[in-house]
Design a binder for this molecule. Structure first.
Ligand SMILES: C[S@@+](CC[C@H](N)C(=O)[O-])C[C@H]1O[C@@H](n2cnc3c(N)ncnc32)[C@H](O)[C@@H]1O
Length: 260
C-alpha cells in the first residue's frame, strides 16, 4: 500500500484505505523494479499525470525515484508539496501545474521511464489523446500504468443499492453513466482501455480488476471481524488477475510497455 512502504521498511498491517490501492501498488512496484533492472539505474524518472496530492507519487519517491506530478489543480499540488515534505522526499517530487492534453507544454517528450495515469481518463476531454500523450512522454520500452473507472462495477453497485433503472442506464449509456447525478463523466470496459493502449503504441502486459468486492461488502464487517481486512485484501489480489472478474470491478488497471 503506497502510503506506508518506504524503501527497506516492512509495511505495517494494512489500513482500510489499502483496499483502494494495494493491487495497483504491487503491480506498479513490480513494474518499477523491472525498469530498474532493464535500465541499470536505481533512480528512475517517473511522471504521474493527474497525480493529484501524490498518493502514488510520494510512495514512488520514497522508493528512491524522481517523480514529476502534472495536475491542473493548484490545491492538489499544494497538498502534494506538503505530503512530499512530510515524507522527507520533497527533493525528489516536483509538482507542475498542467493538463494531460497540453502535457508537452510542461514536460519533455520521451523523458520518463514510467508514466502513471490513475483516475484521470474518466475526467479528460479526449481519453485517446490523454493516453497518446502519456505514452509519448515515455522513453522507448518505458512502462505505463493506467487506472480508470470500470463500467461493470458501477452497474453492479447501482443494482445492489436497488437503483435498477440507473444500473440499466449505465449499462446502455455510451459513457457508462447511471444518470445526470453521476459524478463520474466516463467509465470503461477492459476492452476499451486495452484498445486505447494499443492505438497509442502500447503492448499491454497485464489487466487487473481493482476493488472487485471491496465496494460491495458492508464496511462494518471489514472493520470489526478480526482478520477480515487481510482476508479481503488477499481475495482482491487473487481475483484481480482473473479476466472473469474484470467485467465487475470498480476500477480497471492496465500495465503496458511502449513499443520500441
Ligand atoms: C480522482 S483524482 C486521482 C488522483 C491520483 N492520480 C490518485 O490516483 O490518487 C483525479 C485527478 O486528475 C486531475 N485531472 C483532472 N483533469 C485532468 C486533466 N485534463 N489532465 C491531468 N489531470 C487532470 C485532477 O485534478 C485530480 O487530481
Amino acid at each position: 500500500m503506497p502510503d506506508q512502504s518506504p524503501r527497506g521498511e516492512t509495511p505495517p498491517r494494512p489500513p482500510r484505505a489499502s483496499l483502494r490501492t494495494s493491487v495497483v501498488w504491487e503491480v506498479v512496484k513490480d513494474a518499477l523494479d523491472r525498469r530498474v533492472k532493464a535500465t541499470g539505474t536505481d533512480t528512475l524518472d517517473v511522471l504521474d499525470t493527474g497525480g493529484g496530492s501524490g498518493s502514488f507519487a510520494v510512495p514512488v519517491a520514497q522508493l528512491g525515484h524522481r517523480v514529476t506530478v502534472v495536475d491542473p489543480s493548484p490545491n492538489a499540488l499544494f497538498a502534494l508539496e506538503r505530503r512530499a515534505a512530510e515524507a522527507g522526499v520533497a527533493d525528489r517530487v516536483q509538482g507542475v501545474q498542467g493538463d494531460v492534453h497540453g502535457l508537452f507544454d510542461v514536460v519533455e517528450r520521451e523523458a520518463f521511464d514510467v508514466v502513471l495515469c490513475h483516475g484521470v481518463l474518466e475526467y479528460v476531454d479526449d481519453p485517446g489523446e490523454g493516453v497518446r500523450n502519456a505514452v509519448d512522454a515515455l522513453r522507448p520500452a518505458g512502462a505505463i500504468s493506467l487506472l480508470a473507472a470500470g463500467l461493470g462495477g458501477a452497474v453492479i453497485a447501482r443494482a445492489i443499492a436497488g437503483h435498477f433503472a440507473e444500473a440499466r442506464r449505465a449499462l446502455t449509456d455510451p459513457a457508462g453513466r447511471w444518470g445526470d447525478g453521476d459524478p463520474v463523466p466516463r467509465r470503461f470496459t477492459a476492452e476499451q482501455l486495452t484498445e486505447l493502449c494499443g492505438e497509442a503504441g502500447v503492448e499491454v502486459g497485464a489487466v487487473h480488476g481493482v476493488r472487485v468486492f471491496a465496494d460491495l461488502v458492508p464496511g462494518v464487517l471489514v472493520d470489526t471481524e478480526p482478520g477480515a481486512l487481510d482476508a479481503l485484501l488477499k481475495l482482491e489480489a487473487a481475483a484481480a488477475e482473473l479476466s472473469a472478474f474484470h467485467s465487475v470491478a470498480s476500477q480497471l488497471h492496465v500495465l503496458g510497455e511502449k513499443r520500441a
